[in-house]
Design a protein around this ligand. Structure first.
Ligand code: HEM
Length: 438
């Protein structure tokens, strides 16, 4: 008693309008493991926590990356950590791991506070308050931080060009995925994509050449430095550079954007956050910048981000292809099935999350971290390698930004949630910043 082929045909406009709403409604109607009767590729939509664990954790080896989503991404990233499987994936994951060790995150913390300093200038309320497009502002801030993880700081300008070209290429890939014209046809968008990828290649070649020309210190923790020391080839380094930009830039920006939006719409939650910031960093008028050492003392700030990642998980779907037959939540899964884990819908399961649409950071305060039914960073062997980095960055940027100011809804209607590579407010999001008294 799942959807019938005719249901799927009728669903096309709804899928186009809002994929996340369609997937959530489908899960609510048919249950946590829904098989779609599509010709050629069987599709399985999973929102049941045990089924999600089976695919991402317990039988992870049986589920690979050869999905439409990752194949489309690979036209830009090549064979990086996000898109590769098996031995090449394992080798690269081991090589780049030190970029996420404790000692490297310390440097990231400094970079995050420096980025927040510039973000504070963009959102400076002055005496009368100011309205800012925050999606763009947070994207600029996270760009500075990702630049640091890629290569040493003197390459910041080049990293910016890379992020820019990658952004353009991704937009073309998404537009092409939604277009009915076959991807192999020589259309103008195909030519534009080729040009964007050529630009990415050129920028990466420059980054690698500059880094190669300098001696790479033994304790280097930037991505290119680590890969050069491990003897990786230029092409491999290029693919991981682009992968890190794709995985680590827009995701954190999306997380910060929706967090600010939620705080603007929930003044009581924002007041509780301000109380914690004042406790740790001082009263608004005389507060100081946060540092790495403050992280453990900002549990509410962290809980606000955890809850924002529940309601607006930047990676709103996680996809896999089954390699061999399996049984998931009682459903037979033939080899070659496209498995879609919809984090957006999973995070709104009313049995796991009472009043799921309510923004309530307390859910994450004091309780042990949830292993089940909460996967904003994925799970199992392919858990996001940048999770700790992203959380250090987001906590520090949020604390540094809001320690002496509050955020409120801006003028104009609330934007629609656009689900492309990550979740974004369609057309941007305007919020108002005001100075906190005292
Ligand atoms: C993987 C989410 C930040 C690098 C993933 C996955 C998710 C995710 C859900 C798993 C995808 C799958 O299983 O198919 C997020 C979110 C972030 C974030 C929500 C921010 C809030 C970052 C950052 C970096 C990063 C800052 C790097 C600097 C990666 C990489 C992978 C990955 C390389 C692939 C890992 C592998 O398969 O071995 N991320 N991510 N991410 N993420 Fe993140």
């Amino acid at each position: 008693d799942g959807p019938l082929p005719w249901d799927m045909v009728r669903a096309v406009p709804a899928i186009r309008r809002s994929p996340v709403d369609f997937l959530t409604r489908t899960a609510a109607r048919y249950g946590g493991a829904v098989a779609f009767p599509l010709p050629r590729t069987p599709v399985l939509l999973l929102t049941d926590p045990a089924a999600v664990r089976r695919v991402l954790v317990e039988n992870a080896r049986n589920y690979g990356r050869a999905t439409l989503q990752y194949k489309a991404l690979a036209t830009v990233t090549g064979q990086g950590l996000l898109t590769s499987d098996g031995a090449p994936w394992r080798t690269h994951r081991r090589i780049v791991q030190p970029a996420f060790h404790h000692s490297a995150l310390d440097g990231i913390a400094e970079q995050a506070v420096a980025a927040a300093r510039r973000l504070r200038r963009t959102t400076d309320p002055g005496p009368r308050g100011t309205e800012v497009e925050v999606a763009e502002a947070t994207a600029r801030a996270t760009l500075e931080v990702i630049g640091r993880t890629l290569a040493e700081a003197d390459l910041r300008g080049v990293a910016e060009q890379l992020v820019d070209a990658v952004g353009r290429a991704l937009e073309l890939v998404v537009a092409r995925a939604q277009s009915p014209v076959p991807g192999t046809w020589p259309t103008p968008s195909r030519r534009r994509l080729r040009a964007a990828v050529a630009e990415i290649d050129a920028v990466c070649a420059r980054i690698v050449a500059v880094r190669r020309a300098a001696t790479v210190a033994e304790d280097a923790t930037d991505l290119v430095g680590l890969m050069l020391r491990a003897g990786s080839g230029d092409e491999e380094i290029r693919d991981e550079l682009v992968t890190f930009v794709v995985a680590g830039h827009e995701t954190v920006a999306s997380c910060l954007t929706w967090t600010l939006d939620l705080l603007a719409r929930h003044p009581a939650e924002q007041a509780a956050l301000h109380a914690e910031l004042a406790d740790v960093l001082g009263a608004p008028g005389e507060s100081r910048e946060p540092t790495w050492d403050d992280l453990a003392r900002l549990p509410r700030t962290r809980a606000v981000l955890d809850e924002a990642l529940r309601l607006y998980p930047p990676a709103w779907v996680i996809t896999r292809t089954s390699l061999a037959p399996d049984t998931v939540a009682g459903v037979d899964v033939p080899a070659g099935t496209l498995v879609i884990v919809c984090t957006w819908a999973l995070h709104r399961d009313p049995e796991l999350w009472p009043e799921p649409e309510t923004f309530r950071p307390e859910r994450f305060l004091g309780a042990p971290r949830r292993e089940v039914g909460y996967v904003p960073f994925g799970a199992g062997p392919r858990l996001c390698i940048g999770r700790d980095l992203a959380l250090v960055e987001a906590v520090l940027v949020l604390a540094a930004l809001l320690r002496d100011r509050r955020v409120r809804p801006g003028t104009g209607p609330r934007p629609r949630v656009e689900s492309l590579v990550t979740l974004r407010p369609a057309g941007g999001l305007r919020l108002r910043f005001e100075t906190l008294p005292g």
